[in-house]
Write a protein that binds this ligand. Structure first.
Ligand code: ASP
Length: 444
């Protein structure tokens, strides 16, 4: 068996956390490839090393003396090195970083040093080979990740390597310039490495015991999700559930490798399994609920709209020409509604309205802002009858007006639009009707 293990920033924030990680790795000989993040927060008031690096670089770029700020970052690493009693000096590395900052090497280079240095410490601590991602993970000149080239070179590089540390978050363009993924991108590196070594499992270690059915800031003590499919997770993370970077699914999905989200501070907890597909019945009809605020609906009316060929295209063309992507598009016989992100739409609002009037000549256009979208996701919904009716009955009982409904043909999710003020109550009610009710039934 071969496992790739990625550890998040809070799992590597201090020497004490490093020791927990060391124990986890040594407890299972299959944990052969380790992908570390940069040191995260040690407590709620602390600053992530990545944020310190971005800030220090901005300060340096503006021509200031950044030596003190860089020394603070060095201290964070020195504390870890001392706490682990390692015979390791990062002096030469920090001299090089200072030189590169003066040469304006770029904020991607700066941020990437967080993972790079933590990788050096981790490799030294474990006695594993260190692999520089800049030599094996590639981006094209536009900054797009090159999946196939990376897979080819990385799998070749790791072919005869027994155990290695590959820092997360970055790679390089073909000309050697360092390039990072977006924030939280070490999750993607872990997935890339798992694909390259054809791992059996990609373990993603963080500070929670997996994904929860709903946001714990909204629902008290939500139940964990034991198993979720890639597609379900994609729907949930798109709508704001944030345990894993949303792009981290793609490399392992290609290779059919399951992801196991685990908790460094509670390693015995089973965590969440993210899989291609499963026969395992979910304990509830729904797998998860997620949602986001900040949407706006544009309702367009025109008599006989349905018979007018090209009406929808003309409307969508206006959005396209203004560079606005739409989220949903429910329609009736004489009406069509476009749901967009309010922040994207606001500044172009009048241009879009004028464009629709000019191109599609509707009878009227009305707008409604401050909407929230809620996604109720679950592979179990396909087989269950009455899911939608349960959702809408509970919302009606709570006096919540449903503004929009969209159910994909896959029957994997139902999207509901409500006023922002009803958002939290709606999520709590939906959670309760599926999870609490099922729990009560099972007790009887
Ligand atoms: N250190 C980077 C960040 O804070 C990447 C990561 O942790 O995945 O975003």
């Amino acid at each position: 068996m071969k496992k790739v293990v990625k550890f998040g920033g809070s799992s590597l924030a201090s020497a004490a956390q490093f020791k927990k990680v060391g124990e986890i790795i040594h407890a299972d000989a299959d944990r052969k490839f380790v992908v570390p993040s940069a040191p995260g927060k040690r407590n709620s008031k602390d600053t992530k090393v990545t944020d310190m690096l971005y800030a220090t670089y901005a300060y340096a770029e503006a021509g200031n003396d950044f030596s003190k700020a860089l020394a603070q970052i060095k201290n964070r690493y020195q504390e870890i090195i001392d706490g682990l009693c390692l015979n390791l000096s990062l002096d030469a590395e920090f001299e090089e970083i200072a030189k590169q900052f003066k040469n304006k090497a770029g904020s991607d280079y700066a941020a990437s040093r967080g993972e790079y240095l933590n990788g050096i410490i981790m490799a030294n601590y474990l006695g594993y080979e260190f692999i520089n991602p800049a030599e094996v993970i590639f981006f094209d000149e536009n900054g797009e990740f090159m999946a196939d080239k990376t897979d080819e070179i990385l799998s070749q590089r790791l072919k005869n390597v027994e155990r290695a540390v590959i820092p997360g978050f970055f790679g390089a363009k073909e000309d050697g310039t360092v390039k990072t993924f977006s924030r939280g991108g070490s999750d993607i590196t872990g997935s890339i490495v798992a694909r390259a070594v054809k791992a059996d499992i990609y373990e993603n270690w963080t500070d929670v015991s997996g994904c929860l059915i709903a946001d714990p800031r909204i629902v008290d003590n939500p139940k964990p999700i034991n198993t979720v499919t890639y597609r379900e997770l994609r729907e949930l993370s798109y709508m704001g559930a944030s345990v894993l970077h949303e792009d981290a699914i793609f490399p392992v999905r290609k290779a059919g490798i399951p992801i196991n989200i685990k908790n460094t501070n509670a390693p015995k907890d089973p965590g969440t399994w993210i899989v291609e597909s499963t026969c395992q019945k979910p304990p509830y009809t729904i797998t998860g609920i997620a949602g986001k605020k900040g949407f706006c609906a544009i309702n367009i009316e025109k008599d006989m709209m349905n018979g007018e060929i090209g009406f929808g295209r003309k409307v969508l063309q206006v959005f396209e020409e203004n560079g606005i992507s739409f989220e949903h598009m429910p329609s009736g016989i004489d009406t069509m509604t476009i749901i967009v992100h309010q922040s994207e739409f606001m500044e172009k609002e009048q241009r879009v309205l004028a464009g629709i009037h000019k191109l599609a000549e509707p009878d009227s256009i009305e707008m409604e802002s401050d909407l929230a979208l809620i996604a109720v996701v679950g592979r179990g919904m396909k087989a269950a009858k009455g899911t939608a009716s349960r959702i809408f009955a509970t919302l009606a009982h709570s006096n919540i007006n449903v503004k929009m409904i969209d159910q994909g043909s896959s029957e994997l999710n139902i999207i509901i639009g409500v006023k922002e003020a009803d958002f939290e109550t709606a999520i709590r009610q939906i959670y309760s009707i599926f999870v609490d009710t099922a729990l009560e039934k099972s007790k009887k």
